[in-house]
Design a protein around this ligand. Structure first.
Ligand code: PLZ
Length: 436
């Protein structure tokens, strides 16, 4: 696949417009799309649409295709597996791939303690299971989550997700015993130190819930949908320390930050935090649906036989893809590559910020970088600007996503296989889009 931005029609082209009309007639209105184009192929750092336009991919299908969307090792592994068998159900007649993925996750996740893993299909399903396990292991009901958090769209994870529109609006009532604490948000909390922000959160949880009632504290080490909010140093370790002291299970939701994305296997590692349980999905399986809960054996094994599972959890095709994706990340040095992508993005975005007060903040780690756009005079979130810049980039052939509680954050999550040339071209386009 040619690794170059090339537009041969307007965006969207005629074939995409035809398909969009069919979508409108056949697909539920609630399922939205970021781009008005339909994909025909994807790989490296490029998505090719049905009209033959080559678009630069700065989204990786929301942080999924870290090894690219058609890595030959993933394709070969899945092809071999699909010929052997597509499914038996691990709970009926198990197969080696599932066990091998569990072994790999036990090896790769932070900490040298004895670990166990259970596999599921989606990030939300894994988050739910992590909470189930923590409740059983502790015998406690309550769950602590944070402002701006995103954990999914199922009933329990909607309760855990902070933002109402579009994720929760009208879909209640929500699951009980979920309590929200204030986050560390250096750009907007007056530069509160990590330790002070943690003390504020702990004080609130202590007063309003009580540690003795808390089964788990669930946190994204860098918030994804919430705006790539990167807590001040010390925030995560202080929370983890408090959890340890009070027998609260510390659960890192690394669905978006995990699997090499931030320049480490897991974002928790940047602050030497060892979560009790760690939730993974997205980048784990080269684009196939797979998620996992990995953690301390004594917590994971609290659940009775038959208490955890699901028809498709750890599907053999997804497991084959995951093993190939892990091998690819290791063989191709993609963790270091994520770090270099972060340096390039940060340098180019910093240059754009000089002289442009609308770029309020640049943050994130590795290949997970964002800019928060604000009104130049007031510093208020500027969602309209983010929307306009994203739309202008889309028209010029760059797939870029927005996020944030206020919708004013542009986020960059390219495949780790993208070339420097494509990144520079995309940043040129972004500069033009910002210039209006
Ligand atoms: N936890 C940290 O980022 C998924 C959501 C896109 P699923 N983020 C993308 C959308 O609008 O639905 C996510 C996440 C974190 C959990 C999840 C949920 O993962 O695989 O989408 O269920």
């Amino acid at each position: 696949m040619e690794q170059r931005r090339r537009l041969v029609t307007a965006i969207p082209g005629p074939r995409s417009q035809e398909l969009m009309a069919r979508k409108k007639a056949a697909v539920a209105f609630g399922v939205g799309t970021t781009m008005p184009v339909f994909a025909a192929g994807a790989g490296g750092g490029v998505v090719v649409d049905v009209d033959g336009n080559h678009l630069i991919d700065l989204g990786s299908g929301i942080a999924v295709t870290s090894v690219g969307a058609s890595d030959p090792r993933v394709v070969a592994a899945v092809t071999e597996q699909v010929r052997a068998f597509t499914h038996t159900c691990f709970m009926v007649t198990p197969y080696e791939g599932y066990v091998a993925v569990a072994e790999a996750l036990n090896r790769l996740t932070p900490g040298t303690h004895d670990k166990r893993t259970a596999l599921f299909n989606s990030g939300a399903e894994a988050v739910e299971n992590a909470v189930k396990i923590a409740r059983l292991a502790t015998g406690r009901p309550a769950v602590a989550v944070f402002d701006h958090a995103y954990h999914g769209r199922t009933n329990l994870t909607m309760a855990m997700t902070a933002k109402s529109m579009p994720y929760k609006h009208g879909f209640g009532p929500f699951a009980p015993e979920v309590y929200r604490a204030p986050l560390s948000y250096p750009y907007r909390d007056g530069g509160l130190s990590g330790a002070d922000a943690a003390a504020r959160a702990i004080d609130q949880l202590d007063k309003q819930v009580g540690a003795a009632n808390l089964a788990a504290l669930v946190i994204e080490p860098i918030q994804g949908e919430g705006g790539f909010i990167t807590p001040a140093p010390g925030f995560l370790p202080a929370l983890a320390g408090w959890c340890r002291e009070h027998g609260v299970v510390f659960i890192a939701d690394e669905v978006q930050t995990g699997f090499a994305r931030t320049g480490a296997w897991f974002a928790s590692e940047h602050e030497n935090v060892v979560p009790d349980l760690i939730v993974t999905a997205k980048g784990i399986a080269g684009g196939l649906p797979l998620s996992a809960v990995t953690g301390r054996a004594e917590i994971m094994d609290a659940a009775h036989t038959g208490g955890l599972g699901g028809t498709y959890g750890g599907n053999p095709l997804a497991c084959a893809a995951a093993l190939a994706a892990i091998e690819t990340i290791e063989q191709d040095g993609l963790i270091a590559r994520a770090g270099r992508i972060g340096e390039l993005l940060t340098a180019r975005l910093s240059a754009l910020r000089d002289g442009d007060p609308r770029i309020g903040d640049i943050r994130g780690r590795g290949a997970m970088i964002a800019v928060e756009l604000v009104e130049a005079d007031s510093g208020r979130p500027d969602a309209a600007l983010a929307k306009a810049v994203a739309a202008a980039a889309h028209r010029r052939g760059v797939i870029v996503l927005t996020c944030g509680t206020y919708g004013n954050v542009l986020r960059f999550l390219p495949p780790l296989t993208i070339s420097d040339d494509l990144l520079h071209d995309a940043l040129d386009v972004l500069g033009e889009a910002l210039a209006g």
